[in-house]
Design a protein around this ligand. Structure first.
Ligand code: NAD
Length: 336
């Protein structure tokens, strides 16, 4: 199938390359001219295990190309993925200006039916706004569908997560678009959850917030363990072997960071607020997470007595292993 992926960051680049690797013709678009110039030569802008080899393979087989013009990508593709950033605004809500700008450019370039897929993590109702924006700028008056297809890959194991996901979520309101997206993902042979667009959008924020909640939960348990002399690692093992609880995300530590959990949790709090619901539980998740960093600094002070003129070595700067992503890494707050 002919696919265009707009935004070649952690998600867009991995999505584009993996879709090319399973046999599609993919055009990756980014506004960052330097990034595209380097990608054309097979130089990868991020560290992600296995990605370089995959880009080289698909470049040499001519299944992927890298360009800077959205119009060229849209004219030559039937499916358009929007995978640009949706960073937090100061008040916690998602900044959708990149998504809006892309939706306008896509609309102007469409010369026939297209499926426009939200891959970026966006708040509920964004699908409606994208549809409205595309309709307003649809200068050729062509048919189109909007689909929500949130991404669940993790940096550090992004390729394997994309190729072998636990599930694929498709939020869709037309049978034609559902069939097209289901066909695209068919080679992955994994369960597909088909839903309406709003539910798909909520699934992404609810999933990330739930994982963040597990982290803050075990960190709270760790704080009790420390006070009473229990071993949180053993407690987590004892809890995690229960299938209802599960082992993952029960590692106590300095809390979550990275480009997703902090922004997605605060966006979900904001989404709830706008819907008239005070998501108190998630606000506690955020405050526990903040406290973990502060507590670590207190512990360092306690261990060192006087900190002046002492040199401190920090091992591990990115927010987790196997990535070079420093966005919202707890190390930055702790070092500061
Ligand atoms: N990073 C992750 O692990 C992860 C996982 C799941 C979902 N997501 C979501 O996916 C989205 C993208 O995240 P990311 O980490 O890949 O972001 P990123 O910042 O790494 O990449 C975004 C890219 O979009 C490009 N861009 C911005 N405006 C553009 C425009 N108008 N036209 C073309 N390109 C444009 C930027 O130059 C950049 O290269 C976010 O909504 C994020 O929440 C991220």
């Amino acid at each position: 199938m002919r696919v265009c992926v707009i935004g070649t960051g952690y998600v867009g680049l991995v999505t584009g390359i993996c879709l090319a690797d399973i046999g599609n013709n993919v055009i990756c678009v980014d506004v960052d001219k330097e990034k595209i110039r380097r990608l054309k030569k097979g130089i990868i802008p991020i560290y992600e295990p296995g990605l370089k080899e995959m880009v080289e393979r698909n470049l040499s087989k001519k299944r992927v190309s890298f360009i800077t013009e959205i119009s060229e990508g849209v004219e030559n593709s039937e499916i358009i993925f929007i995978a640009v950033g949706t960073p937090s605004r100061k008040n916690g809500e998602a900044n959708l200006s990149y998504v809006e700008s892309v939706a306008r450019s896509v609309a102007k370039a469409m010369d026939g039916y297209r499926v426009i897929v939200e891959k970026s993590t966006v708040p509920v109702h964004t699908g409606e706004w994208v549809r409205r924006t595309v309709k307003l700028n649809n200068i050729h008056g062509v048919d189109f569908d909007v689909v929500s297809n949130p991404e669940f890959l993790r940096e550090g194991s992004a390729i394997s997560d994309f190729m072998h996901p636990d599930r694929i979520v498709i939020g869709v309101e037309s049978e034609k678009a559902r069939k097209i997206i289901a066909k695209l993902y068919q080679p992955l042979n994994v369960p597909i959850v088909v839903t309406d667009i709003k539910s798909a959008e909520i699934i992404k924020h609810a999933s990330n917030s739930y994982l963040a909640l597990k982290i803050s939960y075990i960190n709270s348990v760790a704080n009790i363990c420390e006070r009473v002399g229990a071993d949180v690692e053993k407690v987590a093992e004892g809890m995690g072997l229960d299938k209802r609880t599960g082992k993952s995300f029960l590692r106590a530590g300095i809390g979550y960071g990275g480009s997703c959990f902090p922004k997605d949790v605060s966006a979900f709090v904001k989404i709830a607020e706008e819907a008239g619901y005070d998501f108190e539980m998630l606000k506690s998740v955020e405050s526990v997470n903040r406290m973990q960093r502060e507590d670590l600094v207190k512990k360092i002070k306690q261990a060192m007595w006087v900190m002046n003129n002492k040199t401190i070595g920090i091992l591990g700067l990115s927010f987790k292993p196997n990535t070079d992503d420093m966005r919202e890494a707890p190390s930055i707050d702790i070092i500061n």
